[in-house]
Ligand binder design. Structure first.
Ligand SMILES: [Zn+2]
Length: 476
């Protein structure tokens, strides 16, 4: 094991600030389809990012070697880049954007990679797909597992020293039913993405979930099409996750608002003047940025430039208060932000990301929400989504829906979709479920940045009721 502090002290690079961030990733995954093992894979990589600041200009170098001569060479590359970029610098950064931080973090996981046995997981996944084999129409049954351990160490010339060990695991299931009436797919898994190890695997819960998604995929084949009309819309947490992600998380990223991501990931309808003034949603809407939730997918002690993670309201009682922006973006926009400058690995610079972005629970039970609905629809689990570059106009498709008539769940309908415009949609938030409807989960595939950085985020939400939403059927 290389002593990163000694390495830093040996560099002698002329810079106002220099940091080293080592990242060691180890991941394993197992995939099963129709009771047949499709593959077990394992990957491991290890490297180092060097960051320098000269006259307010930041630049990077990265290497997968920890040899002093190579690290010195990379530090010099970063130094020369900073000197060259200085001529075109848009905004000078200061030591304030690189605070001194000392601390450590470890995911609350008791059974990590050391306990991973491919045969045990394979047997479990085979039994899960077997459980879905309830009819000849269930043509595809998949079960996948992944376990990822990431150990990062950050040291800087300002005395910063942070160790973080993140252990994450995910199990995802899918059942696809097909007949002359079409194809329907049910999945399970976003709520299974968490900072935990093998100890979280609950065979009984997973067997029940496999059976349920197979039953539902089959039932959807026979179901009538979702009606096209404006009605009340009740969304389950596993659809709320992506609704929050796309129409709250992304538009509130300060680097998007600055235009940094305009060329690739997109821009935002949110303007700097909207913070503190825009009624993003109804008074029932409370959204937090919270990397302190124990065991949620994107919890940590500090982000990748040393800003300590704290829980902050992004939206409070419907009012937009704060963006998802790092200390750098906060300085550039003169707006409050969060500790969200994250990199996917040692060979990527940290940029503004979501961590855990959660809709806080309200006070309504599921029964209370249902009882207020004369005519509506209850939708579960994201199937498809589309949202414009400004994260404003959107359309989501869900896997499963059930009509609500006179306060009761009635007919199951297939191919449900809804559309809206971000702020008007959230202003139609009529009731927010209580803790009994609340689920904590996450997504593993948020893409952004050039070169691309695919990162994991966390989302949590209760079930939520929106009034007068455009609902429609159709689509595959
Ligand atoms: Zn995303």
């Amino acid at each position: 094991m290389v002593n990163l502090k000694n390495l830093l002290n040996s560099l002698n690079t002329e810079a106002d600030y220099i940091s080293l961030r080592s990242v060691h990733h180890h991941s394993v995954s197992v995939g099963v389809r129709n009771e047949i093992l499709e593959g077990v894979s394992s990957s491991e990589d290890n490297g180092l990012m060097i960051e320098v600041m000269i006259d307010g200009q930041i630049a990077y170098g990265a290497t997968n070697s920890f040899e002093l001569s190579e690290v010195k060479r990379c530090a010099e590359v970063a130094r020369q880049s900073a000197l060259m970029a200085k001529r075109f610098g848009l905004f000078p950064l200061t030591h304030q954007e690189r605070p001194k931080v000392i601390g450590e973090y470890k995911s609350p996981a008791s059974r990590g990679m050391d306990h991973f046995k491919p045969s045990e997981i394979t047997d479990l996944l085979i039994s899960l797909t077997g459980q879905m084999k309830i009819h000849d129409h269930i043509i595809s049954r998949t079960a996948n597992f992944s376990l990822i351990e990431t150990h990062s160490h950050y040291v800087a010339s300002n005395g910063s020293d942070v160790h973080q060990k993140i252990i994450r695991s995910t199990i995802s299931l899918s059942a696809t039913a097909a007949s002359d009436k079409g194809t329907q797919r049910r999945t399970f898994g976003d709520e299974q993405s968490a900072q935990s190890g093998l100890e979280r695997i609950d065979r009984a819960v997973l067997l029940k979930a496999s059976q349920k998604i197979a039953d539902e995929a089959l039932a959807l084949l026979e179901a009538p099409e979702c009606p096209t009309e404006t009605m009340d819309l009740l969304l389950a947490p596993d659809q709320m996750f992506l609704q929050i992600h796309e129409s709250i998380g992304h538009p509130l990223e300060l680097d998007r608002i600055l235009g940094d991501e305009r060329n690739y990931a997109g821009w935002s309808f949110v303007k700097p003047s909207d913070f503190g003034t825009l009624h993003y949603g109804s008074k029932l809407m409370n959204v937090t940025f919270d990397p302190t939730v124990v065991g949620q997918n994107a919890s940590y002690f500090a982000d990748d430039i040393g800003a300590i993670a704290t829980r902050e309201y992004l939206i409070k009682d419907g009012l937009l208060e704060r963006g998802l922006g790092s200390l750098e973006s906060q300085k550039r926009l003169n707006l409050p932000g969060v500790s969200s400058q994250r990199a996917t690995s040692w060979n990527r610079p940290p940029i503004d990301r979501m961590a855990n972005v959660n809709l806080e629970p309200g006070h309504s039970t599921m029964a209370e929400m249902l009882s207020t609905i004369e005519r509506g629809v209850f939708m579960q689990t994201t199937r498809s989504w589309s949202i414009d570059d400004y994260r404003n106009k959107f359309q989501f498709g869900c896997e499963h829906a059930q009509l609500i008539e006179n306060g009761k769940l009635t007919t199951i309908v297939k191919n449900p979709n809804y559309r809206g415009i971000t702020a008007p949609f959230w202003n139609q938030l009529k009731m927010v479920g209580d803790k009994s409807t609340y689920q904590i989960g996450g997504l593993t595939n948020c893409g952004k940045g050039e070169p691309n950085q695919v990162i994991h985020v966390g989302h949590a939400s209760p079930a939520c009721l929106f009034s007068k939403i455009e609902v429609f059927g159709g689509g595959k």
